[in-house]
Design a protein around this ligand. Structure first.
Ligand code: FAD
Length: 221
């Protein structure tokens, strides 16, 4: 991870002010955090007030992609406007000598920018493949997407140009006067991992589990 001091925020509004030492702006680091996530919390301003909903996403070098039903309220409202997408990983619970200094170890990315509906069919299908394969790599392994599927789907793109990351790792930071006290201090790590894939109850197809999704412990299903 690139040191905060060696980086420049892409814009004033994406400059981390609180805890600036935890800021990460290097595009490769931002992308690594995005690639490790599955869900973005996407925020839009609606006539009823702010709305933030969880959504799958995908990205290429310069763009973040979101998709939903053609009638999707959040995406429809966000299209043609500024939106915000946030991806968060919680890596550990940090217990300090005083709860006042408890914290979490985390990696998070905030992307801010203008959302545009993709209308070109080829571009839309490319974006859908990117989103699909980011979550579970089976775009080329399942039934081909039909014209009806494509028409039923709304896809938005937003630039990755204005993205910031914030990362906390390591031990609690306690006050010097508390260091000699009896209180426990440390980190409870949080691990997220894939389990063993299992077949749908009504599965009759004979294709194997796609590569990369075979049980991590080597179990053959
Ligand atoms: C892990 C995860 C991944 C998802 N990925 C996608 C995706 O890639 N694309 C997609 O379109 N949708 C996805 N969803 C569902 C998404 O969060 C919305 O429910 C959905 O997009 C409908 O949005 P809408 O604005 O049309 O909802 P509406 O039905 O118009 O929302 C009306 C109201 O319902 C409530 N509501 C809506 N969604 C949720 C929710 N998820 N949880 C609690 N309350 C809610 C809110 O109060 C909202 O104001 C995902 C959800 C989860 C949990």
């Amino acid at each position: 991870m690139t040191e905060a001091a060696d980086q420049t925020a892409p814009s004033p509004r994406t400059t981390v002010r609180r805890g600036a030492n935890r800021a990460v702006y290097a595009p490769d680091d931002v992308k690594t955090i995005l690639d490790a996530g599955l869900v973005a919390h996407v925020g839009v301003q609606t006539p009823d007030g702010p709305l933030v909903l969880p959504m799958a996403y995908g990205r290429d070098e310069a763009t973040l992609y979101l998709h939903g039903a053609a009638a999707n309220h959040l995406l429809g409202t966000g299209s043609g406007h500024e939106i915000c997408a946030t991806v968060t990983h919680v890596d550990g619970l940090v217990m300090a000598r005083t709860p006042f200094h408890n914290s979490m170890n985390y990696r998070s990315v905030v992307v801010r920018g203008f959302a545009t509906k993709i209308v070109d069919k080829a571009e839309k299908l490319r974006a859908l493949k990117i989103i699909t394969d980011h979550v579970v790599e089976n775009w080329d392994l399942g039934r081909e997407v039909s014209d009806i599927d494509e028409k039923k789907t709304l896809v938005l793109e937003m630039p990755l140009a204005e993205a910031s990351a914030k990362v906390r790792a390591g031990d609690p930071i306690d006050e010097p006067d508390d260091m000699a006290g009896p209180w426990w201090a440390g980190v409870v790590p949080i691990e997220t991992r894939f389990g063993t894939p299992y077949p749908a109850a009504d599965l009759t197809g004979t294709n194997p589990v796609p590569d990369g999704y075979v049980s991590l412990d080597g179990t053959v299903i």
